[in-house]
Design a protein around this ligand. Sequence first.
Ligand code: ZN
Length: 339
Amino acid sequence: MQQKLIDIKESAFKELEVVLEGTILEEIRVKYLGKKGELTTILRGMGALSAEERPLVGKLVNVVKKDVEDKIESISKEIKETEKNAKLSSEVIDISMPGKKNIIGKRHPLDLTLASMKEIFVSMGFTIEEGPEVELDHYNFEALNIPKDHPARSEQDTFYINENLVLRTQTSPVQIRVMEEQKPPIKMIAPGKVYRSDAVDATHSPIFYQMEGLVIDKGVTFADLKGTLELFAKKMFGDKVKTKFRPHHFPFTEPSAEMDATCFVCEGSGCKVCKGSGWIELLGCGMVHPQVLRNCGIDPEEYSGFAFGFGVDRMVMLKYGIDDIRLLYESDMRFLNQF
Ligand SMILES: [Zn+2]
């Protein structure tokens, strides 16, 4: 019996020596130590032994069992260690491999131009105001001195949502909202999107950007208007730029004017951008109509002011020499990557 136990141990150790995987190790454990394993069977058969043999064999069985268990345990540890190392080495990072290049977006030319325009006006003490793009007819037209039957309505092809609601055709309604809410002095710009139901072509888009400006205070004159807008033109296009004002008509300003600046490409000598005239039309402006002030509860006897409005898309197209407004709204990466 003792010899048998020694044989079992030797055979178990021999089998264990070549084990490299956890599943095979488990098979061997079951073979020797499982419920029907060889050592378990001997333990169960102890009753048949003589009284002298029993303690000797019992002790030996336990020693062999312990030895086999220890051996299995140590091999199990080795296998786990090997597996862990294999996993680690498979996860090694090769720092010499080239990285993935992230595509970083660029600022849209419209946004770039708007940003520099805003910066100039903020540096002159203007605040930036916003208003809704879906606007009441009242703010978009009536309060700006354009009643329902006014011919100026037909000049603007308006998207009507219903009889009283429009997609704003200009940023001017923001002026009215600010004048209703704030007491003068007011010094603000309102940049934003506007909408017209124009047919799309190289110079027309149903959506485009405007920037509105408004100054209201006691004793504001046309000289203030000229000074402010001349300074803006110099900051935007350089000190050499000259400006001139031509009389014009807008329902919400009186008197009204359009401001031209010397062409920043040819500096006034005439080129393709300015169509040979040396001048470029920049903006519309004028002294706020007394009726518009009254509409907003401001006394025109006490206060006066001026307003101006730019087409921002036009500024972008002039600045970058773009001849088709559709390029600004098509999100074509080949175009946008040039800025
Ligand atoms: Zn020119």
